[in-house]
Design a protein around this ligand. Structure first.
Ligand code: HEM
Ligand code: HEM
Length: 128
């Protein structure tokens, strides 16, 4: 499988770009109260992209023999991914105040940026 590493990594990164694009698109639709949010493709394609992103990630870890809870930068990615998802759920599904939802969106996006920074530096502290 190792000979496919560059391609799996490319797939992983393409899915990262698609994932954040779809996330931002659905965020904009949420603010507009757009009926597009309820369409079948808007409900399924993001999960398809994210599942592909995740499966590619697991394949990469298996090839380089570095795993979360063993390699600190991968532990950081998993924890931040959970934050991205939980704050994302809060933003999309919470029906309370907009202040809370906007804060959740900001934190979800911050978690995503952090994941990319950790991926590029292989350092949970990013700087230092
Ligand atoms: C928890 C699940 C994840 C795991 C285990 C994981 C694991 C990995 C691994 C092993 C690499 C290859 C590193 C290398 O060869 O240099 C990689 C690259 C990358 N990952 Fe992930 N990843 C995960 C989730 C994510 C997510 C959600 C994002 C985006 C928010 C992301 C963004 C990236 C980027 C941008 C790269 C390319 C880094 C480079 O070009 O050096 N990853 N990831
Ligand atoms: C790196 C990979 C992943 C990312 C970036 C990601 C991202 C997200 C985000 C941001 C949410 C919040 C709600 C929303 O956006 O609508 C979410 C919810 C969810 N994700 Fe993921 N996810 C990933 C992997 C997976 C995997 C592998 C599965 C299972 C196959 C999964 C299943 C779900 C489910 C069931 C929900 C909640 C249901 C819903 O809101 O409709 N996710 N995910």
């Amino acid at each position: 499988m190792a000979e496919y590493y560059p391609y799996i990594k490319m797939l992983h990164v393409i899915c990262v770009v698609l994932s954040i694009f779809l996330f931002l698109l659905r965020s904009a639709w949420t603010f507009q109260g757009s009926p597009m949010l309820a369409t079948a493709w808007a409900r399924t394609i993001p999960h398809f992209v994210d599942t592909t992103l995740f499966v590619a990630a697991i394949m990469l870890t298996l090839i380089i023999h570095q795993y979360p809870f063993q390699a600190p930068w991968l532990t950081a990615k998993v924890v931040a991914l959970l934050a991205h998802i939980l704050f994302g759920l809060l933003f999309f599904h919470y029906r309370g105040s907009w202040a809370v939802r906007k804060a959740a969106l900001a934190l979800s996006l911050l978690a995503f940026v952090y994941i990319v920074a950790v991926a590029l530096t292989k350092n949970p502290l990013v700087f230092g």
